[in-house]
Design a protein around this ligand. Structure first.
Ligand SMILES: [Fe+2]
Ligand SMILES: [Fe+2]
Length: 315
């Protein structure tokens, strides 16, 4: 006998609450499916758009070694986008539709990628702080209740950890260089610190989807919790590096066993995340151009697939 919706819902909640995975063919509430598609698409778009700020430095990397490292890193981000679009497709989304929504400006991506990479030190700081913040966000997602998302995250996190180290190593090298190089690193840290803190999203009391996502175990920790974890992790790394963060309120709080820190400019966050950041228009225009220029590849692939199908029929 067919199960009622209430029974299906109870079964779903039981699976989630006992820390089992929901798989694509399992019954799931429409809200869960929609939330996941939104979150995974936003994540996939961030990986793909995130190739641009650093991609900007590929032709100007200061040595062959740095160029090879940066190329590998930017290619990894393309791969992350592909795993994630595939995970979204297991929920019934169509990747072509998701790309269309991105280039039409209908779906968001991380606010961080609307800031420009102005110096080569930015390549290091993006690796250290931006990929570092991404790791804080993504390690708990490896245990996301939705199977394909969690499994994609395991691979992604391994690569992100390489990205973070390459960034930090680049900065260590620059800090051992000239006075000008050290100043370049500090200037870059000053520009990226606050946007990196904003990557965790708005404070918990202003984060509309958080509570439900945590109940469904799509998310495991709140935005503020992850932000705190990132600050606590980054301060000692900054000390080793010999740079400071541009926050006069940053101070060790012995009682809490954590660092206190100032409030990011949430007005700026809203501007940037809704497409009014310094490079928002350029990012989308580049993505649109890449999509349109790649049209012939998609057509050729479809034509080739149709021909091989025909071939199979004649055999
Ligand atoms: Fe990535
Ligand atoms: Fe990365």
């Amino acid at each position: 006998m067919a199960e009622t919706t209430a029974e299906l819902e109870a079964g779903f909640l039981h699976t989630v609450e006992s820390d089992q995975r929901i798989e694509p063919r399992d019954w799931m509430p429409e809200g869960y499916r929609r939330s996941l598609i939104r979150q995974i698409a936003q994540h996939a778009h961030s990986e793909i758009i995130g190739m641009q700020p650093e991609g900007n430095w590929l032709t100007r990397a200061p040595s062959l070694r740095r160029k090879a490292i940066l190329m590998a890193k930017v290619q990894d981000e393309a791969g992350h986008g592909l795993y994630l679009y595939s995970a979204a497709e297991t929920l019934g989304a169509d990747r072509a539709d998701l790309t269309d929504a991105l280039i039409a400006g209908q779906q968001k991506y991380s606010s961080i990628f609307n800031y420009p990479a102005l110096t080569f030190a930015d390549v290091g700081v993006i690796g250290w702080l931006v990929d570092g913040a991404a790791i804080c966000n993504q390690v708990p997602l490896c245990r996301s209740s939705f199977g394909p998302y969690g499994r994609a995250m395991i691979r992604v996190c391994k690569e992100e950890s390489f990205h973070q180290r390459q960034g930090y190593e680049l900065l260590l090298t620059m800090m051992k260089g000239t006075e000008e190089q050290r100043a370049m690193v500090q200037e870059s840290v000053n520009r990226w610190w606050w946007p990196a803190l904003m990557m965790f999203g708005p404070p918990d009391d202003r984060s509309p989807n958080s509570a439900q996502s945590m109940k469904w175990k799509i998310k495991r920790h709140s935005n503020d919790e992850l932000r705190q974890r990132f600050v606590d992790m980054s301060v000692p790394q900054a000390q080793v590096l010999g740079v400071t963060f541009p926050d006069p309120d940053l101070a060790w709080n012995a009682e809490r066993g954590s660092y206190d820190f100032g409030e990011p400019d949430w007005q700026e966050f809203t501007e940037v995340v809704t497409g009014r950041g310094a490079t928002s228009i350029e990012r989308i225009a580049n993505r649109r151009a890449a999509h349109e220029n790649g049209g012939w590849v998609r057509e050729a692939a479809i034509a080739f697939a149709a021909r091989s199908d025909e071939g199979a029929h004649h055999e």
